[in-house]
Design a protein. Structure first.
Length: 160
């Protein structure tokens, strides 16, 4: 194996469990992940690996600052929708150079919000924009909304 782990150590896991841990398995953490795979079902292992990878990405980006992880499922109605979602994420990754699907999806959502603000408020003057912005802030908890406001003030070029 590329990981440096011998077949003898993992052959008891079965193909689906081995496949689930293959992306994180290496010589240093083999004992941990083989133990996890031995004691958990495939679905649990996949979730644990995803959490581990999300934590690794967060640590690389923000050192020790914890980052919330949001997991959700797409219930798409036909194959064309799957292809459209995949194509949009792949295009955002290629064009903007994002390293992962979640960054690309966040970018796509940001574009939608930007276009929505323009349609629903930006072109309707300050009151329309304020209404859209307040609607977005009101969906956040009080602390998060306060942090957004602080960040906005820090980025303003005008003295208000």
């Amino acid at each position: 194996m590329k990981s440096g782990v011998t077949w003898a150590k993992v052959k008891h896991l079965g193909w689906t469990k081995l496949n689930a841990i293959a992306g994180v398995l290496d010589g240093e953490n083999a004992e941990h992940w083989i133990g996890m795979a031995s004691n958990h079902g495939r679905a649990e292992i996949k979730k644990l690996v995803q959490q581990h990878l999300a934590g690794s990405v967060a640590q690389k980006r923000w050192a020790s600052t914890p980052v919330p992880v949001k997991t959700f499922k797409f219930y798409l109605h036909d194959e064309r929708q799957v292809e459209a979602v995949d194509a949009a994420i792949d295009a955002a990754k290629t064009v903007r150079g994002f390293p992962d699907d979640s960054s690309a999806l966040a970018y796509i959502c940001g574009i939608y919000i930007s276009l929505r603000c323009r349609k629903d408020g930006w072109d309707q003057g300050p009151d329309g924009l304020a209404s859209v912005f307040a609607g977005i802030l009101n969906k956040l908890d009080k602390n998060a909304a306060g942090e957004v406001m602080k960040a906005i003030h820090a980025n303003l070029t005008h003295h208000i």
